[in-house]
Structures are given as C-alpha cells and as structure tokens.
Design a protein around this ligand. Structure first.
Ligand SMILES: *[C@@H]1O[C@H](CO)[C@@H](O)[C@H](O)[C@H]1NC(C)=O
Length: 422
C-alpha cells in the first residue's frame, strides 16, 4: 500500500523542515514602532535599526513635518526626541527626553528657563527671543535658548532609545536639518559588527576630545549604548555637572563613550557637516577625497534641500551606491554657470580691484587653479577661489564658475569603478 508510505515520507520531510526553521529562525524582534506605506522598498536590515530624530519645541513644528514624508517615511522604527511632548502628525508624537534629569537641575539651571515655561504653558509661552534663529559662532549659538537646552538631550537620549527598542542592533541619531541616504547607510553598516561597541560619526575635536558631530548624524551599536547608559547611571549627578560646564552635548557624549573605552570610528567623508552645495567634492580632507565614497549624510538643510535630495534619490537609478560624484553631477553641477547675477558663491579670497565682471573672470582665468570668482559691482572688487561652492542668492554680487575647468576636473577624477569605503 503505497499511500501511507508516501504520507510518512512527506511527514518526515515536514518534520525536518520544522526542525530546520526552529533551529534557524531569528530571535523574534519586537513589532515595528510604525506601519510603513506599502510602496516602501523592503529592507530586512531596517527592522534592526531605531532612527532617532532629535529636535526641540522652538523648531519642531517648522522643521520636522517634511521628514515624516521624506527621510522617515519608510523607516519602520523611528522616534522624535524633543524637550516637549506634542503630536507632529496624527500618528506620531515627540518624546520629552529631559524629564528624567534631576528635578533640582530642571528647577534651578537657567538653561531650563525655556523648558519650565513651555512645560507650564505650552508652545504659546515661546517668546520672539526664543524663536530667533541667532547666528552660529565657533561655540554654537550662546544666545539661543533652544540651542542651550539642546545639549542636555544627548545623554538621556541613549536611555530613552534603549527603552523604546531594546532589541535594535543599531541606533541612528539625526537632527531636523540632517538628511540620511538610508540605502547607503544600510550597506555601510553591514561592514561593522553590531555585537561590538561601535561609535560611528563625523569626527570633530574640542580641546582633546574627539567625538561624532551631532548634526552630521551618528550611529551607535547596541553594546555601545548599553555600556554608556550603565556608565552614566553610576554617577548621574557628576555627568549633569559635566554637561553644565560644557557647551557641546555631542562632545559630552563622545567623552562619556571614551570613558568606557569606546573609540570613535571616523566617518568623514561619508557623513557630512554641510549641505551638497557647500562641500568640496574635489579636495582631500583627512587624506580622503569624497568623490568615490557613498554619500550617507548631509547637514544644514532646510525643507527645500531635504525635498531636493529625496527627489534625487528617487530619480537617479544606478547599480550600486549613490556616490558623492553622483550628488555632484545631479545636484551641484547643474547649478554652476559661467555667469550667475545676484549670487554669492562664498568666495573668500583676497579682493582685487577690477572694473567689470568680465575683468574678474579674466583674473580667475589667469590663475591656473582658480575654479570660481565673484564680482562686487559697488566696490569694484573681484575675489577668486580654488575651492568649489554653490552658495546662495545675494543682491549686489555676481558669481561665476570656470565650468570647463570644473568639468575637466570631474572627468579626471573618473567614474569610480572602485568604490571607497570606511
Ligand atoms: C560690496 O562692497 C560694498 C563696499 O565694500 C559692501 O558694502 C557690500 O556689502 C558688498 N556687497 C556684498 C553683497 O558683499
């Protein structure tokens, strides 16, 4: 009777299959924090990543919504960390990551004036002085209350991230003016071991501390977060005092990590402090040339800049990662022209007296390495530069680029058959 025998064969195959799946199944990860739209590309790695966008009540309503439809749209686990709890869409609210700091610090430290006011009366308690963007100086924005409060978020942010998704392999931190190219970040992270303590970011230095710059985006593996959280807990008052005495929260995080023996992996040029129009694609920095590196982050972006990068990612279809070369060719190069009236291309060279725009171009063309120039008609001044920048609209200045030289330079740097990685 062949039938039972076939059944038992099938049965044992099924049993084997069951054993195999039981043996090989992954530890079930917690359900995603968000439901992502159906048209999002599927990326199994994304379920192991928690993305944290750090913001504050003085900017959240203006700067965060664009991310919900671009940068964060297809991220199944993301959270908005702030200094005030408020809904920013029907489906997402911010977290207050400062509430766990000691009550006496919150009640007495002047940095928390804004925080106390907004906790008591909501965002309507914000004054014009709170909302003043303030100029950025080498030590940040010392007259901006939101900026002064922001440094306090960096350490408690780790505890909150760990509590939100304790089974993540990677914790990715960004800000409201950061753009991240996820496809590239995921490929990059596969080169690191998430079971080790990894701290990956754009290197910065203050005195002798080396740390990941917050606005460029940075990444911590779970063991790094766990060790840092445990270390701070042993002396939370001491760390509050230390943060009080320092002006940069991202630097304090670097110091905390260094204290537990976790060294920064230098992420430049894959993580950038500037927007696409302000980075020099051609030049060496830290002995590396950005050209053939995958682009992972940009910074100092407004809503338009974020939308532009999002659109570029959708438009440029290529095999393999999007490189800085591609960003240059698709985002920056189309903006460079021989003449651009009422434009400042951020040339900082010495001023040469000339009487016309054409003469200014002449000055640049006689300097072998000059790539761009700007003419101030009122002053009759010409400035030239060997570095490349796009800049911004500015009445009273005319900008120009040596497009042939620029194209020749781009040509000579090649098509990147070999991709550079860190
Ligand atoms: C052009 O030069 C004049 C005179 O030095 C200066 O006042 C003005 O700010 C300059 N314009 C720009 C746009 O830099």
């Amino acid at each position: 009777m062949p039938r039972p025998r076939r059944l038992s064969l099938l049965g044992s195959l099924l049993a084997l299959l069951l054993l195999y799946t039981l043996y090989h199944r992954r530890t079930p990860s917690s359900p995603p924090l968000q439901t992502i739209p159906d048209d999002c590309p599927s990326h199994p790695d994304l379920s192991d990543i928690l993305v944290i966008l750090k913001t504050g009540v003085t900017e959240s309503r203006d700067k965060v919504p664009v991310h919900l439809t671009t940068t964060l749209r297809c991220i199944p686990n993301h959270a908005l960390f702030s200094d005030y709890i408020e809904p920013l869409s029907p489906s997402i609210s911010t977290h207050d990551v400062l509430s766990s700091l000691s009550p006496s610090l919150i009640a007495t430290n002047p940095d928390f004036n804004l925080y106390r006011r907004v906790q008591a009366h909501g965002p309507s308690a914000l004054t014009p002085a709170d909302l003043n963007p303030d100029i950025n100086t080498p030590i940040g924005k010392p007259n901006n209350p939101g900026w002064k409060l922001d440094k306090w978020k960096f350490l408690p942010m780790l505890d909150e991230a760990l509590a939100l998704k304790p089974d993540a392999k990677w914790y990715v931190f960004m800000e409201a003016d950061t753009y991240i190219l996820w496809e590239n970040l995921l490929v990059w992270l596969r080169r690191f071991n998430p079971r080790e303590a990894v701290y990956l970011g754009n290197q910065m230095q203050i005195v002798d501390a080396i740390f990941a710059h917050g606005g460029s985006g940075f990444i911590l593996s779970k063991p790094a977060v766990v060790r840092a959280v445990a270390h701070r807990k042993r002396s939370s008052d001491g760390w509050e005092r230390a943060v009080g005495e320092h002006w940069a929260g991202d630097c304090m995080l670097g110091i905390l990590l260094e204290d537990v023996g976790i060294e920064l992996t230098w992420g430049w040029p894959m993580l950038q402090i500037a927007p696409p129009g302000e980075m020099d694609y051609f030049d060496l920095g830290y002995e590396r040339r950005p050209w053939c590196y995958p682009a992972v982050s940009f910074h100092h972006l407004g809503e338009e800049g974020i939308k532009q990068l999002d659109a570029m990612e959708k438009k440029v279809k290529k095999k393999g990662p999007l490189l800085y070369r591609d960003v240059f060719l698709h985002v920056m190069r189309p903006e460079l022209r021989d003449v651009r009236p009422d434009w400042d291309n951020m040339v900082e060279g010495e001023a040469v007296p000339v009487t016309s725009f054409a003469a200014c171009r002449g000055v640049c063309s006689r300097e072998a390495l000059c790539l761009q120039y700007a003419y101030n008609e009122t002053a009759g001044e010409c400035r030239t530069s060997k570095a490349l920048a796009l800049g911004h609209a500015q009445p009273g200045l005319s900008a120009g680029w040596m497009t042939e030289r620029i194209d020749a330079m781009a040509e000579s740097l090649g098509e990147c058959d070999e991709i550079s990685w860190i």
